[in-house]
Design a protein around this ligand. Structure first.
Ligand code: PMT
Length: 401
């Protein structure tokens, strides 16, 4: 899968830099052309000569080489690459990339790269868990960069925890898989719903839920990276997305999400409905802020339209429709019943009361239930990888309907 591909490997100053030599060997063995760019501190951990010998290309570390007068252009490096891989990526470099800081050849090449960028973080467990690092990683994800999650295990400090760079084989196979899947959804338009809906009670209050939008945004990003045009219809969410193939439409209530889905669905090849849509809304929205009294308060609720069921009714033979089921009990039976009632091609079951699954967290644990009754139970993984599993199933469904 890597034959003839141009890979720009960025190496930063962490102990895992020694594994980069093996990564270069794997890329070269798979037939890739490899250029290496190192930060100044990476040279303290591994000799440029080792990497240049394995890559069969000079290693670049400075903008300007005073010995031969060469100017190393970050722009041409960024444009040359079919993929840029930063492994290991330290907290420092991750912070610079997330904030557009451009003070060395590696980060300027990153800013100039038009290709997919893969980032394999490596650092001590507390640095990895720090909100600043996690915030920066979320920012990089929102740029469409692919984070190859750090592993757990013994770290160079002697501590045990999450922060160890993914093994070179895993990094190489992630990139090979990316090239294998690239453009599998080219020419397709995919509608994705994400986030919560807010149902107004009065001008300052609403009925809502905990959905962050992470699952839906990960699906939108993954679909776009496979060549699809994406219409992302999102309830209120702090998530960011900047992929040019994604058109984001923000809505607030279930009724607005319903109207927007109905407007766009006819032009879509598939819809993936990951939004947590309120089933009910207040029958009357107070015009002024409701005043507190000594009496108990009863809100009259009326049903919202069911977006999934409505799309299920109008869906054409060549359109794929996928829903989610968020359950707290009898997961399989409830998901199966939603699959049938809403006329879905498959449903993604996740449990709200399982740790590392459902709302807000960065991971999910899902079971996909097909119309045929086939069930695929996945292990817990990042929402980015769950999105990839869902898109694999969509690609298969679209090829058979
Ligand atoms: O956003 P995150 O914090 O990352 O969390 C992700 C998630 C938990 C919200 C997501 O993984 C998920 O499970 N989304 C579906 C939540 C939900 O509303 O499930 P449900 O079982 O109530 O609904 C079943 C399906 O019908 C869903 O596809 C839902 O979008 C759809 N639905 C529900 C009600 C309604 N009125 N219209 C709908 O289209």
């Amino acid at each position: 899968m890597l034959s003839g591909k141009n890979i720009l490997l960025g190496i930063t100053g962490g102990i895992a830099a020694y594994k980069a030599a093996y990564l270069v060997r794997l890329f070269v063995k798979e037939g890739a052309n490899v250029k290496v760019v190192m930060t100044p501190s990476a040279k303290q951990f591994i000799a440029p000569l080792t990497l240049a010998t394995l890559a069969k290309n000079p290693v670049l570390t400075e903008f300007y080489n005073p010995e031969n007068g060469d100017w190393n252009s970050h722009v041409s490096l960024g444009l040359w690459a079919d993929a840029m891989v930063i492994a290991p990526a330290t907290a420092n470099t991750i912070g610079k990339m997330a904030n557009g800081i451009a003070d060395n050849l590696l980060v300027t090449s990153y800013l100039s790269a038009k290709c997919p960028v893969f980032i394999a973080p490596a650092m001590d467990l507390d640095m990895y868990a720090h909100p600043a690092t996690q915030h920066n990683l979320a920012t990089l994800r929102s740029f469409g960069n692919i984070i190859i999650d750090a592993d757990s295990g013994e770290l160079a400090s002697g501590l045990i925890g999450k922060g160890r760079m993914a093994e070179p084989e895993q990094i190489a196979s992630t990139i090979a898989n990316h090239f294998a899947k690239q453009q599998t959804l080219a020419g397709k338009t995919i509608l994705v719903t994400a986030g919560p809906t807010y149902e107004k009670i009065d001008p300052v209050r609403f009925i809502g839920n905990y959905s962050s939008g992470k699952m839906g945004f990960a699906i939108a990003n993954e679909a776009a990276s496979r060549g699809a045009k994406v219409i992302l219809i999102s309830g209120t969410s702090q998530q960011k997305i900047s992929n040019p193939s994604v058109v984001r439409i923000d809505v607030e209530s279930a009724q607005q999400m319903f109207n927007t889905c109905m407007e766009h669905f006819a032009n879509c090849d598939a819809a993936i409905l990951s939004a947590a849509v309120a089933d009910y809304r207040p029958a009357v929205v107070a015009e002024q802020k409701m005043k507190k009294t000594e009496q108990s308060l009863t809100l009259q609720l009326e049903p919202n339209p069911d977006i999934a069921a409505s799309l299920g009714k109008i869906k054409k033979q060549k359109q794929a429709l996928v829903g989610f089921a968020l359950e707290t009990e009898n997961g399989l039976a409830n998901a199966q019943s939603k699959l049938e009632k809403k006329n879905l091609d498959f449903i993604v079951l996740n449990q709200a009361n399982v740790e590392g699954s459902g709302f807000v967290c960065d991971t999910n644990k899902v079971t996909i239930i097909q119309r045929s009754g086939k069930k695929i139970e996945y292990e817990q993984k990042s929402k980015q990888l769950v999105a990839a599993d869902i898109l694999d199933q969509i690609t298969e469904t679209l090829s058979t309907i």
